[in-house]
Design a protein around this ligand. Sequence first.
Ligand code: C2E
Ligand code: MG
Ligand code: MG
Length: 447
Amino acid sequence: MAESGRPSVRTQKVVETLLIGGESEHADAIEAMLARSVTMSFSVTRGDRLATALDHPDAKSAELLLLDVSRAADGLDLLTQTRLRLPRLPIVVIGNTDDEDFATRVLRGGALGYLRSAELGTRLLVTTVASALESHRTRLQLNTTRERARHLGGHDPFSGLPNRTLLGERLPQASIGVVHQTALETGLRAAAEGGELVLHYQPQFDVRRKRMIGSEALVRWNHPEFGLLSPKQFMPIAEETGLVVELGEWVLRNACIQNARWQELGHPGLRLSVNVASQQFIEPGFVETVAGCLENTGLAPETLELEITESSLLEDVEATVTALRELKRIGIQLAIDDFGTGYSALAYLKRLPIDVLKIDQSFVQSLATDPADATIVQAIIQIAKGLQLTTIAEGVECQEQLMLLGSYGCERMQGFLFGRPVPAETFERWLEHPPFRWSREDGSVER
Ligand code: C2E
Ligand code: MG
Ligand code: MG
């Protein structure tokens, strides 16, 4: 173990940093980057191996752990061990993969930041560290979730950057979610209470009859600092924290109220699709919640469709079949979302009391260019026909896809070609005047 205090002319507080793992040259480079920081000062204690590093006297006063897992066969294991030994120390992990899944697992494993060694530079390293320390302090010091959310929405006292800038800077990188996990997590609790969640509606069409049949409700988070966040940015956090159940109920209730209003405005039978997370679905009382929403809004059950992803269906087939049957008993429609991306549920399909298969957009998007995808789409449509299920293609973006899908016998479609997800007011105008015209000759779409 080598220790390197460093001469400092700066007046900032020195952050006692433990740097563990990795090649020694790599550790040299990281230490040099930390030394170049003009916004923070670090005193680094280095350890090659976790066991010996933790025995070092300076380990006890450490305020930050940089864990370099790029050399470890199982970096996640190392993270788990470290967390067990040092449960209260904020950890930033350095790895050598840009695999988003790995970054997410590192985050879920309790690290407050993930950085790829290939993208390391002084600024990114120090910004990430500052943010991790800030998140950690906030976690320890602030009590209520609202307090935390307000605090995290403000400026980062170490870097002086507003948090929005931090987020924006890191958005294109795999590591983003990681740094801002805490900010989003604490904010999400407040968001559900504070009116920051909004629903957008994307129209769905019957292309054979050339008419809009309904919409899919898609949730967004109108974050006071970060702007409009897509579900991909906050749903994983909602799932991890269990907030997805509360959030999902909010979505279901509000989407039903909205659809009932549109039906009353002169669109009887207008359908509504709502996405349901697997946790929500297995939650005791879920069927009653759905029935309650129908009762309170007066919606006919057959106008409500719940979308369940293929992968979540297969987590526990027996429990799933039971839950689906109960939902079917109240008369709603059931759809499998992102069909084709899960674990090939073909054997189970005939046992599941479902009505609709939503063909995943990844197949639709390469339909015209990838013969394999075209074959898969045709096969899905054939299977659906055989089992008397309806198919709806998602992610339809161009005429060619519309034509090909039509020729395979897919009648229902949804995608940017017809209309993006939009706020309720815009959707309400589209009910009267769709954002395109159907061509008389071939059923294509004209803007
Ligand atoms: P999804 O249910 O498969 O929704 C379709 C996604 O594809 C939406 O993304 C939509 O904006 C996008 N999309 C629609 N047409 C096109 C197109 O033509 N091209 C492309 N490239 N994309 C298109 P969004 O709104 O970001 O939602 C992402 C996912 O988040 C959804 O996928 C759904 O799984 C989940 N989600 C959204 N709202 C909720 C919710 O209220 N509850 C739960 N549990 N999940 C939700
Ligand atoms: Mg969906
Ligand atoms: Mg989908």
